[in-house]
Ligand binder design. Structure first.
Ligand SMILES: [Zn+2]
Length: 99
């Protein structure tokens, strides 16, 4: 599944979240927007400073963010499918056992 990447703008607030990642097109690195101890990409174009609560970007032309919600959706869809199959099988077993 292809992820939608959006350019980070100099004058706009930078989004952050558990399913948001920053992408540097200079080195191709992907870093978390809420890292535990701060994070930086390979070429240090994007640096997330957790203690200061800010993100510093040297070259905005190569700074992107992606929302990785797709993988989570796929994950919950498989769980729902699994539950539906499990319930169907137990109903089937119940009716078979009753006769
Ligand atoms: Zn980089």
């Amino acid at each position: 599944m292809k992820l939608e990447k959006t350019k980070i703008l100099r004058d706009a607030p930078v989004p952050a979240g558990g399913d948001i990642y920053y992408l540097c097109s200079l080195c191709g690195d992907r870093i978390e927007s809420i890292p535990i101890h701060g994070a930086a990409c390979e070429c240090r174009n994007i640096i997330v400073d957790v203690d200061a609560g800010r993100i510093s970007i040297k070259n905005y032309e190569h700074a992107w963010y992606v929302e990785d919600r797709a993988s989570k959706q796929t994950y919950s869809t498989s769980i729902i499918l699994f539950v539906v199959i499990a319930v169907t099988l137990s109903c089937f077993a119940y009716f078979l056992g009753g006769q």
